[in-house]
Design a protein around this ligand. Structure first.
Ligand SMILES: NC(=O)c1ccc[n+]([C@@H]2O[C@H](COP(=O)([O-])OP(=O)(O)OC[C@H]3O[C@@H](n4cnc5c(N)ncnc54)[C@H](O)[C@@H]3O)[C@@H](O)[C@H]2O)c1
Length: 327
């Protein structure tokens, strides 16, 4: 019988929300996983279930340091590059650090992956690349001007990935994530994403603040749909699939007011008093676009993407997870 060794995936940002979910999923599928993280926004508790797994290895290091990237990628078959500083407001407050991590760190990882001859480099791109483009739904070929330093960094990632594909022959695939949510997403800190932040506030009977009148809409994307896209991007044998970017979303949009309605409904099943917690409406936030909705036709056609979780399906699961893990 053939003695096949397991393929190894390097997941950068593996201690973060998306990276730790990818780590859990791929360890469950019989891959070896190496995680490179500097714990700047990720958490050790996201990794605690894997530390005793012989197929898991943690490298504490920084993607701004090329030697750390080279060490982490040694022996890897694939890279799923998630490490970055997220958040538009953070990038407005500190564009220099955001650029160092998201652009210089990205370039280090591309270089390390090329030198290590990995089979494919799949990376977290962002819907912020659509910038001020007005059309809905967003299709991959039509982008606008970036609206924040963060959006610039994510667009530069795509430009570098394309050049590395064309110039050096590295296989790359970018996944433009749209407002991802789900288990393990951090509810704490100034730059927390809206869903975990609101869940925690409702659980504490505090009023969440909606920026604007609540009619802005987003294509909220459950983590399991994002895992599916990473797997498809990593394993696709369709030659058309590589050296390209794909919207990674559910393909539906809901307003912030819709979101609050669902959250109150699902959380009230655990604590009926949550029904009475009111939201507060504040100012619109700099760098926010009014509406976001992805076309997922390209991912369906080329990668065979078939997202299973709507906002409501995902929220029901996420709310149960937060109830069990935050209480
Ligand atoms: N969550 C979303 O809705 C969303 C949307 C679009 C794009 N993205 C992108 O997806 C990726 C993952 O996002 P997330 O939501 O899981 O965020 P996260 O903050 O939970 O995870 C990012 C991880 O990267 C690590 N990291 C940051 N800087 C690093 C550095 N210099 N060296 C090594 N590790 C570093 C952090 O410690 C953290 O564990 C990011 O690239 C982000 O820009 C996320």
């Amino acid at each position: 019988m053939e003695n096949k060794t397991k393929d190894t995936i390097l997941i950068t940002g593996g201690a973060g929300f998306i990276g730790s979910n990818l780590t859990e999923y791929f360890l469950g599928l019989d891959y070896k996983v190496v995680c490179l993280d500097n714990f700047s926004t990720g958490h050790r508790h996201n990794l605690k279930n894997f530390l005793s797994n012989p197929d898991f290895k943690l490298i504490e290091g920084d993607i701004r340091n090329l030697a750390d990237c080279n060490l982490a990628v040694e022996g890897a078959d694939y890279v799923l590059h998630q490490a970055a500083l997220g958040s538009v407001p953070r990038s407005i407050k500190d564009p220099i650090t955001t650029n160092e991590v998201n652009v210089s760190g990205f370039l280090n990882m591309l270089t390390a992956a090329l030198d290590a001859k990995v089979k494919r480099f799949v990376y977290a791109a962002s819907s912020s690349t659509y910038g001020d483009s007005q059309g809905l739904p967003k299709v991959e070929d039509v982008i606008g001007k970036p609206l924040s330093p963060y959006a610039i960094t994510k667009y530069v990632n795509e430009l570098y990935a394309e050049i590395f594909s064309k110039t050096y022959g590295l296989e790359t695939i970018g996944l433009r994530y749209f407002n991802v949510f789900g288990r393990k997403q951090d509810p704490n800190g100034a730059y927390a994403a809206v869903i975990p932040k609101f869940v925690k506030q409702f659980m504490n009977h505090e009023s969440p603040v909606i920026n604007g009148d609540g009619n802005y809409s987003r294509d909220f994307t459950y983590i399991d749909n994002v895992i599916q896209m990473n797997e498809l991007a990593m394993t696709s044998q369709n030659p058309e699939a590589i050296n390209s970017v794909y919207n990674t979303a559910f393909g539906n949009r809901n307003t912030l007011n819709d979101l609050v309605k669902y959250l109150k409904e699902y959380l009230s099943e655990f604590d009926p008093k949550i029904k009475d917690v009111q939201v507060i409406y504040g100012e619109n936030r700099a760098g926010d676009i009014p509406h976001s909705l992805a076309s997922i036709e390209k991912a369906k056609k080329i990668l065979g993407y078939n997202p299973k979780y709507s906002l409501q399906d995902g929220l029901k699961e996420a709310v149960g997870w937060y109830w069990n893990n935050l209480k």
